[in-house]
Ligand binder design. Structure first.
Ligand code: ADE
Length: 252
């Protein structure tokens, strides 16, 4: 996959995109990445201007549409593959694992990062999709773009070791992930659950599924609405919810 980013801070991507899994993905040629400086398409003039005061008044500056329009044209033309153009914005659709999986099937993404108080409304027309990483406002789209690249890159075939390494993790069942343990079997009075040492794989599978349901019921009950649970599993979720409710009542 090829990923291009248009930003006024192209240098902030260097470290993150060269380290760890992303660095390895690039080293293996599974991920091509290029950050482009929006100011290369600035309004002509000494200040390399990319923003301006808002029409109608108000505080702060708004990013102008022309540099983004020129950048999308020029960067798209760098490769024969048509990119999915993504605008990072708190007004976008929430980034979910399902959306990440969809984006991971594309051959190319072009991410647009806004800054300041916002971007001119006409920039939105350049994007195929607008994406938010959560219900909070960051000072720019660069960190959200890195989050998106990381989430997508780890799904590209060959990037992570085993085929199964992403199959059972959080959200892939529509649930949070079950607890993991490694050595030592006992640590400062906390023991690894006996079932995990039993070698009984059917029992281990059942235990993990139950733990995932209980954890989801505790931390993210909203996810249970869309999860595919049997009647017995629904009962486990209800049990965990009622325990959580009584803990709340006791002020814990
Ligand atoms: N830019 C600023 N805040 C953002 C958010 N929460 N998601 C995506 N882009 C953003």
């Amino acid at each position: 996959m090829r990923v291009d980013v248009v930003t006024i801070f192209p240098e902030v991507f260097d470290q993150v995109l060269s380290s760890s899994m992303l660095g390895i993905a690039r080293g293996k040629g599974l991920l091509e990445f290029c950050a482009h400086d929006l100011r290369d398409w600035a309004i002509p003039g000494v200040h390399r201007q990319v923003d301006d005061a808002p029409y109608g008044g108000g505080p702060g500056m708004v990013m102008r549409p022309e540099p983004f329009r020129a950048a999308v044209r020029a960067v798209s033309a760098l490769d024969a593959r048509e990119p999915v153009v993504v605008l990072m914005t708190p007004q976008g659709v929430p980034l979910t694992q399902r959306l990440v999986e969809r984006l991971a099937t594309s051959e190319r993404m072009l991410l647009l990062c806004g800054r300041y108080e916002g971007v001119d409304e006409r920039v939105r027309g350049l994007a195929d999709i607008e994406v938010s990483i959560g219900d909070y406002v960051l000072s720019g789209g660069e960190l959200p773009a890195m989050v998106l690249i990381d989430a997508v890159a780890r799904l590209l075939p060959g990037v992570l070791g085993g085929e199964d390494s992403t199959a059972e993790e959080s959200f892939s069942w529509g649930l949070l992930e079950y607890p993991h343990y490694t050595r030592p079997a006992s640590f400062e009075g906390e023991d690894v659950p006996e079932v995990l040492l039993s070698g009984d794989h059917a029992r281990i599978r059942r235990w993990r599924r139950e733990q995932a349901i209980r954890r989801t019921a505790r931390s993210r009950p909203d996810l249970l609405l869309g999860a595919d649970l049997t009647l017995d599993e629904r009962a486990i979720a209800d049990d965990e919810r009622s325990r959580a409710t009584s803990r709340d009542k006791e002020g814990l």
